[in-house]
Design a binder for this molecule. Structure first.
Ligand code: AMP
Length: 455
């Protein structure tokens, strides 16, 4: 088995890895580190949880330390782009811990936080800058950051960048970094639009791939419960009565949906919090921290806000709403199968979500076992799995909503931090900006008169 000492990393990095308690490299690290150390461009097909951050951070730190120079005022030598604040700050933390014996500087910039502090951090120039695209462009337009000294560019979670409408921002940024550079490109999936984006950024890249999405799905004990939309909340409460659901991550489609679910959980004394794009950075960090420490049992999240959440021991992922993009299902349930462990994923499927379920089963090449419950609908027959309204609408039975994540467009106002903030959320909207999905009306179940002990 490959050891970190076999990969050609320098002594201060090996010392930091020992301090982190990392014994052996993960498969993506074993494959990617030697390629990056050679200075080659790289496409990495890997998702969060595979150790991909260290796969790029370790060799980057090594290369910077081997050739020390000052980036210059308001400049950086390495630019790492990430789709969400959570992921950006986690990447920043990783660079700091892996590079703790190297004396290199790292700054992290993302929307929703003080511009002023970020400007100060950038003023003298940094070795490594980790940024979300919208806020980075804010700094560039205010001339508090420049990219002409970038030697290494990393695009992390490229599929989610596109999903969130960052494509125009990415193209602008690509035009600002030097042509002669090393580029590392990571994505959990590689559909055609991602491959096209990769082709624009990379020069004769080497490829590494680990754990195809369906492989993650295999490790998770999955179930689907067919249920009316209006009964989902009651079903959730009934399931959470089971204490074996120790730490649950619940996905809703919209921010408002997440708030509604949390409010009703709290009304019935379940310990729950929400994390989504309408929450301030402080609120998000506090909610995540409480969830990580086990102080909050249930975290309700939108798809995007949950990106980059690195929490071990999530016993259950519950899809309160099924995602309309099947790859998102695989990402979601992967949250409960960290570091090779298994986990449980329960999906609530309303009649108008059956086409989404069918797409998921097609992608993962396995049928999700149906679980029955006193509240559940009878299992639909095979010919009922796609609602009739959708069958007649063309498009091969696909739902008519704006399904393609890659079709989403930036509003062109890339330099506004409001723009990046607004995109950091789980809502789906049509071309006129109307919400195309909601969690349906809140159920009218009466509240219990007496408060119970917190669960
Ligand atoms: P990532 O895929 O980068 O989000 O990493 C997932 C988790 O694995 C993080 O908590 C890392 O700290 C951890 N990790 C990364 N590489 C290793 C390794 N070689 N050994 C043990 N843990 C690791």
């Amino acid at each position: 088995m490959t050891q970190f000492t076999d990969l050609g990393l320098s002594a201060p990095i090996l010392k930091a890895l020992a301090a982190e308690g990392y014994a052996t490299p993960t498969p993506i690290q074993a494959q990617a580190i030697p390629i990056v150390l050679k200075g080659r461009d790289l496409i990495g097909l890997a998702q969060t949880g595979t150790g991909k951050t260290a796969a790029f951070a370790l060799p980057i730190l090594d290369r910077l330390a081997a050739n020390r120079k000052h980036a210059g005022a308001r400049s950086c030598r390495v630019l790492v782009l990430a789709p969400t604040r959570e992921l950006a700050s986690q990447i920043g933390e990783s660079f700091r811990s892996y590079g703790r014996f190297l004396g290199l500087s790292t700054a992290v910039v993302f929307g929703g936080a003080s511009m002023y502090k970020q400007k100060q951090a950038l003023e003298r120039g940094v070795d490594i800058l980790v940024a979300t695209p919208g806020r980075l462009l804010d700094h560039i337009s205010q001339r508090t950051c420049r990219l002409d000294a970038v030697e290494i560019l990393v695009l992390d979670e490229a599929d989610h960048m596109l999903d969130m409408g960052f494509i125009h921002d990415l193209r602008r940024i690509a035009g600002l970094v030097p042509k002669h550079r090393q580029t590392l490109f990571f994505s959990a999936t590689m559909p055609a639009p991602i491959a096209e984006l990769a082709a624009q950024f990379l020069d004769n890249p080497e490829r590494v791939a680990v754990a195809a999405p369906s492989a993650t799905a295999e490790r998770v004990d999955q179930a689907v419960i067919h249920i009316e939309q209006s009964r989902k909340q009651d079903l959730l409460h009934a399931l959470l009565a089971d204490k074996s659901i120790a730490r649950a991550l619940i996905f809703t489609r919209t921010k408002h949906g997440a708030d509604r679910v949390v409010k009703r959980l709290q009304d019935e004394d379940f310990s729950a919090d929400a994390i989504h794009g309408n929450k301030s950075q402080g609120q998000r960090e506090r909610a995540l921290d409480a969830f990580k420490k086990g102080k909050v049992r249930v975290l309700v999240a939108t798809e995007i806000a949950a990106r980059g959440i690195d929490v071990d021991d999530v016993s259950h992922v519950i899809n309160y709403d099924l995602p309309n993009v099947p790859e998102q299902y695989v990402h979601r349930i992967g949250r409960t199968a960290r570091a090779g462990a298994g986990g449980h994923a329960i999906s609530f499927c309303a009649p108008d979500e059956r086409a989404f379920l069918r797409d998921i089963e097609k992608l993962t090449k396995q049928a999700v076992p149906v679980q029955t419950h006193a509240m559940s609908l009878r299992t639909p027959r095979a010919d009922e799995r796609v609602p009739r309204a959708l069958k007649t609408g063309g498009g091969g039975g696909r739902p008519q909503q704006n399904r393609k994540p890659y079709a989403s467009k930036s509003n062109g106002n890339a330099a506004s931090h409001g723009a990046s903030h607004a995109r950091d959320e789980g809502d789906r909207r049509d071309r006129k900006g109307r919400e195309v999905w909601s969690n349906g009306p809140p159920s009218r179940t009466p509240r219990p008169a007496q408060r119970r002990a917190p669960r």
